[in-house]
Design a protein. Structure first.
Length: 708
């Protein structure tokens, strides 16, 4: 008779991952399963999801804890209820390849435990099912603790009789590292272990470690406390067993080197936890310690002897040497070292302001209009502009600095004010007294940061990095109440919101609009006798070459537009700054003008008679002009339902028609007066909701609040 496997899945607030997790077990090629879903006091929809599975498959058994007890308690409960010959532990945000359990059970033979291979995944690189049929079983002897280097019991098939005979349990005293309580006795009691690399377990790295972290994403302090507690307990319990001593001490010393040392960079942390780390250090066996680097040996000895002052001094030099060593590995590392260790120690200039727009790509957006207002008012400040390519012709006497040059780090470290419309690199620590004005760059249509369920961008750490970067913002500009509500929630922003409209839209209310338009057309060589279509689409999160390098496949047929509309119109192309491609315009002379690198899109708004966009926030700003807007949304369903999702009902609320073909775009332009008439009521409602704060005075109001 086929052996039965009990799969134990502890669950806490993982509703968004549960369907994939549970289905990966139900769809296994091995069917003799019992699936114990243990709801550990979840407060989201997890209970509803797991109960729905119990109704469709009798192999699924649900258990519910009223209050959270922790992963150790949930797994122990599963061990008590298990009726299988083997048990297998699966985390509820992970999943397994369809043949994993079959491969494990068919190859375990008379052994007590067999392990598979773990692959780390995130949404951007989500793994496919493995189709390899050939496999290799590797045998590990007792002295080799390599198999448990990852400190987890996941993806291991283990005999239930062995667990019960040896009364093995997970620790319930800690949230993290509860697996140690099983691993250590297993290492002592089992001579030989099997490893099967074709039995795949997909370990998910959650993209939201702030709102709903996994145990491994909890704060460093919480994880260190748990590690010290479980290490000390097991070390004393198994002090007479060499394998346990070697395993535990090796993990402690590595943990100290990689985690505790960094935690102790903060002197307050060292003061608070020195005694706890010292107690654990006293348990380290000298035979293990003597194999480590002399610096680590020295520090552990000082911890053992409770020599806090000497230890503090040793650690200071250790960290300084490590920083210098890292600094010598490249120019960026060296400049980072100068920033932290030298420039940030210099006096901060109270009247120095650093401006940056779109990561130094251009002179534009709200930073530009704030700066120009301050220059016009002759305000007594030293102005620094950051550009990828300095040498731009701009008003005033601002100093232009190349982004990521040594001067860039110097001026950021010594300026009281930072003004930017995008995120500053995480490595740039914000010093006390520094004021960061975040202007942002649009009214949100697409879901932002913590309102996004999945992240499809090239950076799987997007949410974490955004959260850390946005903690530095002191002020955030909002264009309307709708945006303020979203920014508070999606950015988790709890400081001062400047609700004045966008400074970048001040030009749209300028009394000199006609003269500005004429001057720009002449400078760009755009025919003055033709109407102008502005095409400004957004980027797609899932279309990228590598992190930070996005691409765009132009779907609008420009050649057909020229053929049908070329006598009356020209088209100006303005692509999102993330998009890396150069748009092909050969054969479109005097019709298509690629101004994707033109600094200020607000000036292009003034030029244009019609806007074509998709899901870019440009239409919120353009609506201030009350001119026609067409929405060329050929991939609406994919973008709305898969990539980002929208805050508004785009099919009901946008002030213009949604078009999915080039022919439909052409037809709308030919009949633009009818389009205007049809959408007038919707346009007026849209304008009143999203444009009612803009009045041409946003820059003045922001400057008076932040700088005066």
């Amino acid at each position: 008779m086929a052996k039965k496997i009990t799969v134990i899945v502890p669950i806490y607030n993982t509703a968004e991952f549960l369907e994939q997790c549970i289905n990966s077990v139900l769809n296994q090629t091995y069917n003799n399963l019992e699936i114990l879903l243990i709801n550990d006091g979840s407060t989201d929809r997890s209970k509803e999801v797991i109960e729905s599975f119990s109704k469709i498959d009798n192999r699924v058994v649900c258990h519910d804890f009223v209050q959270r007890k922790g992963v150790g308690a949930a797994r122990n409960f599963g061990l008590e209820k298990a009726t299988g010959d083997y048990v297998y532990f699966l985390d509820s945000d992970d999943y397994i390849e369809k043949s994993t359990l079959q491969l494990l059970v068919e190859n375990i033979g008379d052994y007590q435990i067999i392990s598979g291979k773990t692959k780390k995944i995130n949404k951007a690189n989500e793994a496919m099912q493995i189709e390899e049929n050939n496999y290799e079983v590797l045998i590990y002897k007792k002295k080799r603790t390599k198999l448990f280097k990852n400190r987890t019991m996941l993806n291991r098939l283990i005999s239930i009789d062995f667990i019960r005979e040896n009364q093995l349990k997970f620790s319930e005293d800690v949230k993290c590292y509860s697996d140690f309580s099983l691993i250590v006795p297993i290492l002592e009691k089992i001579d030989t272990m099997l490893y099967l690399k074709q039995a795949i377990y997909f370990k998910r790295k959650r993209n939201d470690p702030i709102t709903n972290p996994s145990l491994s994403q909890l704060g460093r302090e919480e994880r260190i406390v748990d590690f010290l507690k479980i290490y000390s307990k097991l070390k004393q319990q198994y002090s007479d067993f060499w394998i346990a001593t070697k395993y535990l001490d090796s993990h402690f010393l590595n943990y100290y080197r990689r985690t505790i040392i960094l935690f102790f960079k903060d002197s307050q942390n060292m003061n608070d936890y020195f005694n706890e780390v010292s107690k654990s250090a006293k348990l380290v066996d000298n035979k293990i310690l003597k194999r480590k680097h002399f610096v680590i040996r020295k520090e552990i000895k000082q911890l053992m002897n409770e020599q806090k002052s000497k230890y503090s001094n040793s650690l200071k030099w250790h960290l300084r040497f490590s920083e210098i060593k890292k600094a010598l590995k490249g120019r960026t590392n060296l400049y980072n070292y100068f920033y932290r260790s030298i420039f940030m120690q210099r006096p901060m200039k109270e009247n120095r302001i650093v401006f940056e727009s779109f990561l130094g790509k251009n002179y534009s957006d709200s930073p530009k209009y704030i700066y120009e207002y301050m220059v016009k008012e002759n305000m007594d400040y030293e102005y620094i502009w950051i550009f990828n390519e300095p040498g731009k012709k701009i008003p005033g006497n601002a100093k232009q600095i190349k982004r990521f040059s040594i001067a860039y780090y110097y001026y950021l470290a010594t300026s009281k004010y930072w003004v930017s419309n995008s995120r500053m690199p995480l490595r740039l620590k914000k010093r006390e007294g520094n004021i960061y004005l975040q202007t942002w760059h649009g009214t949100p249509l697409k879901k932002l940061v913590f309102d996004m369920n999945d992240v499809h961008s090239a950076n799987p750490n997007y949410k974490k990095h955004f959260y850390l970067q946005s903690r530095r913002w002191d002020y955030l500009i909002s264009p309307n109440q709708y945006s303020s509500d979203i920014f508070r929630r999606a950015f988790k922003f709890n400081k001062e919101m400047l609700e004045f409209g966008y400074p970048r839209n001040d030009i749209l209310y300028s009394p000199n609009k006609l003269q500005i338009t004429k001057t720009i057309k002449e400078r760009l060589g755009i025919p003055v006798d033709k109407k102008i279509i502005l095409y400004a689409p957004t980027w797609r999160d899932d279309e990228f070459y590598q992190p930070g390098k996005y691409k765009f496949d132009l779907k609008l047929d420009l050649y057909k537009l020229k053929e049908e509309l070329g006598n009356d119109y020209v088209i100006v192309l303005r692509m999102h700054y993330f998009i890396a491609d150069e748009i092909e315009t050969s054969g479109l002379d005097n019709f298509a003008f690629n101004l994707s690198k033109y600094d200020d899109i607000a000036e292009l708004y003034l030029l244009s008679d019609i806007l074509i966009t998709d899901y870019s926030s440009v239409f919120f700003d353009y609506a201030n002009l009350q001119r026609p807007i067409l929405f060329y949304a050929y991939d609406l369903e994919k973008y709305r339902d898969t990539l980002r999702g929208f805050y508004i009902n785009i099919e009901e609320e946008v002030p213009g028609p949604i078009l999915k073909t080039t022919d439909a775009v052409i037809e709308s332009i030919k009949n633009i007066d009818l389009v205007n008439e049809k959408y007038k009521e919707k346009y007026d409602k849209f304008y009143n909701r999203f444009c009612n704060w803009d009045n041409g005075k946003a820059a003045k109001n922001v400057v008076e609040r932040v700088f005066k």
